[in-house]
Design a protein around this ligand. Structure first.
Ligand SMILES: Cc1cc2nc3c(=O)[nH]c(=O)nc-3n(C[C@H](O)[C@H](O)[C@H](O)COP(=O)(O)OP(=O)(O)OC[C@H]3O[C@@H](n4cnc5c(N)ncnc54)[C@H](O)[C@@H]3O)c2cc1C
Ligand code: SF4
Length: 559
């Protein structure tokens, strides 16, 4: 595409959405994506060879390639250094991209077309209304039509109940919580998780169909492994877990106006001073991650959708105007992880089966929301990830009799032997925005894309208190469900999975997503959230806002 109307930087949770919406609005869109493209026949060996330059044709999408590339081996997919879904260049001969953490932790992100939605659990709840109304520059009511559009496009559906959700609901009811069967959360309650996952195939229990055959058909197979990148479906655009790779990206290509270039890292926003508009974005300097070549591309508008760490980094490395809120106010849902172990007899009486089998079904199919505190979610992941998430990652050091911290040796062996009888709950805290938390750039350390980001996150006293209260709720729920032992991981605060709110609406961008200080520069990723939306998983809100921003951008700058 020689002369795009809009350049979008990043193709993840927000970038994929705004590209499709702008294409449908009649604009020519070029998406620059730093990582590889899986499931596209222009890149048959995406981690070993450079492949093509860009793709604009839905016919390039190939389910056989996607299935070969998205295998189910946890290590091959999720290893942070060498996994296919790592944060780094496509070229496996090269190291991941570095970021400087000031405290223990890491950022769990993916590069590549689809961004971090390749790994995400696909949980798609709306924001808690009380964290939007009277606080954000837009109201919850104004967001509803955009939520509805995204929910319909992905699509989002309430998760089916497998054994782990049944046990979770049982415990929630026994602990006195009420069912909330709606999408709006105004009072505490539990509910099935709204997930961007296709409903189960209607023939799932039909003995005439093998699992292999079902996995080539439309619909979820409840086979688990969503976090490793779901490969199940008859074609790329019908894959069960609706990462943007398989939902918005195919729709964007179908407009005939969107081209996506993987292996293309944006290193600078180009600007000029216009007599009427003042400082405005006019293009992007981009670096090919295979060859190291750079080029300058121009467009009428630029959208940053590089994520909550890279968007502020790009702003700062581009020398855009000073703004004390650029990179500031990082929220992370101050996450923790609690696991219960159940015995056979108890399970038989509740589930009619001696095992929970946490790997079966959606990775997370049920939640309990508590406005003002956050959320507690069922989280059933495969054994290797469970060993890390439940027992291997902790701020508290090694667990003693406290049942909190890292577990090793015979105790770890015992928990993992009982893996099929465990239920894990993730805690997502409604953490406070604090301007001392955030992203800055390192004055000394640089990589090939400029000064590296420094990530700083220390929860406030109130956030710590809220997490403690949620952990107590999770422990109580597991105990009421009959857990014989309960273990709390106590994750390090800076283990970042839900990074948001580093380029806040009302401080860095206006309520249309346009930067106050640089006209024609828009932001459409998690970074524009004003706050942590109450502990609701962030992506649906980013996608709703990206849909709205596309509408505003097209109305203002369409040629
Ligand atoms: C294990 C896991 C589970 C999760 N589960 C959920 C869930 O169930 N529900 C939920 O709501 N959220 C979940 N999340 C979080 C979710 O993935 C993010 O909220 C979402 O992907 C953020 O969208 P984004 O557009 O801000 O960033 P990303 O999706 O990270 O997209 C940014 C993209 O920009 C590219 N990029 C970055 N810098 C540049 C550059 N300079 N030039 C070109 N390209 C660039 C990146 O390669 C990436 O593809 C989960 C995350 C993880 C890790
Ligand atoms: S359970 Fe997850 S991995 Fe399995 S088909 Fe459904 S969405 Fe895909």
């Amino acid at each position: 595409m020689a002369d795009p109307d809009v350049i979008v930087i990043g193709s993840g949770g927000g970038g994929g959405v705004i590209a499709k919406e702008l294409g449908e609005a009649g604009l020519q869109v070029l998406v620059l994506e730093a990582g590889p493209w899986y499931g596209n026949s222009q890149w048959p060996e995406p981690n070993a060879e450079r492949g093509g330059r860009q793709s604009a044709d839905p016919a390039d999408l190939n389910i056989h390639l996607l299935r070969a590339q998205y295998d189910k081996r946890e290590e091959e997919m999720n290893d942070l250094i060498a996994g296919k879904l790592r944060w780094g260049p496509a070229d496996r001969g090269r190291a991941p991209w570095f970021r400087n953490f000031k405290q223990r932790g890491f950022a769990w992100q993916n590069s590549g077309v689809g961004g971090t939605t390749q790994s995400y659990f696909a949980n798609s709840p709306r924001a808690i209304p009380s964290t939007i109304d009277g606080i954000w520059p837009v109201s919850y009511r104004e967001l509803i039509p955009y939520y509805e559009k995204v929910e319909c496009t992905l699509p989002v559906a309430f998760a089916p109940t497998t054994a782990k959700e049944e046990l979770f609901y049982y415990g929630a009811r026994k602990a006195g919580w009420q069912l909330n069967p709606t999408l709006d959360v105004t009072v505490p309650g539990y509910r099935p998780q709204p997930n961007a996952i296709l409903p189960p195939n209607p023939d799932l229990m039909n003995p005439k169909y093998s699992m292999e055959r079902l996995s080539w058909m439309e619909g979820c197979t409840l086979a688990g492994h969503c976090v490793n990148g779901c490969p199940h479906g008859p074609s790329v655009d019908k894959v069960a877990k609706r990462s943007t790779l398989v939902s918005y990206v195919p729709l964007a290509l179908s407009t005939g106006r969107v081209a996506i270039r993987p292996n293309a890292f944006a290193v600078r926003i180009l600007t000029e001073t216009h007599p009427a508009e003042g400082l405005r974005a006019v293009g992007v300097r981009v670096r090919n991650t295979w060859t190291g070549e750079t080029e300058e591309l121009r467009a009428a508008a630029v959208v940053m959708a590089a994520g909550a760490i890279e968007s502020p980094r790009l702003w700062l490395n581009s020398g855009l105007p000073d703004n004390p809120w650029v990179g500031r106010g990082l929220a992370n849902h101050y996450i923790d992880w609690v696991t219960g172990m159940f015995d056979e007899r108890e399970l038989l009486s509740i589930l009619g089966s001696p095992e929970i089998d946490p790997f079966v079904g959606h990775t997370s199919g049920g939640r309990l929301d508590y406005p003002g505190l956050g959320s507690v979610m069922v989280s059933g992941i495969s054994p290797g990830l469970t060993a890390s998430m439940s027992f291997g990652i902790s701020e508290a050091g090694y667990a003693g009799t406290e049942r909190r911290g890292r577990i090793v040796g015979p105790e770890l062996q015992h928990w993992m032997e009982q893996y099929r009888r465990t239920l894990s709950l993730a805690i997502l805290t409604d953490d406070e925005v604090d301007c001392r938390n955030g992203i800055s750039v390192d004055p000394v350390l640089k990589d090939e894309h400029g000064p590296v980001p420094i990530v700083n996150y220390v929860p406030t006293r109130r956030s710590v208190e809220k997490r403690e209260k949620l952990a107590a709720i999770a422990v109580d729920l597991l105990r009421r469900a009959g857990a014989k032992k309960v273990h709390r991981a106590d994750w390090p605060a800076a283990l970042m999975i839900h990074m948001e709110s580093t380029m806040r609406m009302g401080f860095v961008v206006d309520d249309h997503g346009e930067a106050y200080q640089t006209k024609r520069l828009f932001i459409a990723d998690n970074s524009v959230h004003y706050n942590g939306i109450g502990g609701a998983n962030p992506t649906l809100t980013t996608q709703a806002l990206a849909t709205r921003t596309a509408e505003r951008l097209a109305a203002k700058y369409v040629r």
